[in-house]
Design a protein around this ligand. Structure first.
Ligand code: ZN
Length: 287
């Protein structure tokens, strides 16, 4: 697990650099603080229809994700898989799912990072995706990969990253933002730094995970991938122990709760799958 600690430290460093850009840019602190005070639950999550509190707009998601993505790719440069069947398969599945998702105009990009020990994948705000090679054997092919990527794309479209940042900001600042002194500005920056770090390096909460499972199931079904594979995938994941990323080996929700929730959603997802008219992608399970 040492590697995760290292990348957390790097995340804090990256967050600091991002903050320097934010506070030097056009988006002034005052404007953000005003938003923090005025905003109410102002984003409706596609598929589930849940109303979400979010201080950021989709242009912010794009800018934030892009900046953090460039940093991660730079750090992983030596491990980037540039060509070959793994990259082709990942990009094919991303293309199929993004095409049927509730895409608000994200700039989709997917890369594969060679790290056989890392059982993980993520999608940053704005559609920037990484898949670590360690998760590919658990996927066992295209449909299993669609479970993973449907779930990750769902986190981005449901805007869980910037929603979590918004909650963190409001929780840390409370109403004191109205009279922001230099001390409070410093605290504000610290809160933001923590939040950016959370984008990639910390597990999402249980509710966000279950929502991403739900939306991901519908998206994979729309794309013509049999959603029943999600149950098999999470069973395989639950048998795993050892190193992995925070996203896929997080303990909340527990695997049993997660599989039970997916099974409850399957009738809805299977109806979407059958209506997609795209045939059984479950049988095209080899790269
Ligand atoms: Zn997740």
């Amino acid at each position: 697990m040492r590697r995760i600690v290292d990348s957390t430290e790097r995340g804090v460093y990256r967050a600091g650099r991002w903050l320097a850009g934010l506070f030097g840019g056009a988006k002034s602190l005052a404007a953000l603080l005003a938003l923090a005070l005025l905003a109410t639950g102002c984003f409706t999550v596609p598929v589930t229809g849940r109303s979400q509190f979010n201080l950021f707009d989709t242009a912010d998601d794009l800018a934030l994700g892009k900046e953090a993505y460039v940093s991660v790719l730079k750090e992983s440069e030596g491990q980037l898989v540039r060509t070959g069947p793994e990259v082709e398969l990942v990009r094919k599945v991303v293309d199929r799912i993004a095409a049927v998702s509730d895409d608000p105009g994200f700039e989709w990009e997917a890369n594969v990072i060679r790290d056989p020990e890392m059982v993980n994948a993520w999608c940053m705000p704005g559609g920037k995706i990484a898949v670590y090679t360690g998760i590919l054997p658990v996927c066992q092919g295209e449909t299993g990969l669609a479970v993973v990527l449907g779930h990750e794309i769902a986190h981005a479209i449901a805007r869980h990253g910037t929603s979590r940042m918004s909650d963190t900001l409001v929780a840390q600042l409370g109403l004191e933002v109205a009279a922001a002194s230099s001390d409070e500005v410093a605290a504000y920056k610290e809160a933001l730094a923590l939040s950016v770090q959370l984008l990639v390096l910390m597990p999402f909460g249980r509710d966000d995970e279950l929502e991403a499972d739900h939306i991901g199931l519908i998206y994979m079904a729309r794309a013509g991938y049999d959603p029943r594979e999600a149950v098999d995938f999470w069973r395989r994941m639950s048998e795993l122990s050892g190193d992995g990323g925070p996203e896929f080996l997080s303990t909340h929700p527990s695997n049993e709760n997660r599989i039970a929730a997916i099974e409850r959603l399957l009738p809805e997802a299977i109806a979407v799958y059958e209506a997609s008219g795209k045939g059984s992608a479950r049988n095209s399970n080899s790269p």
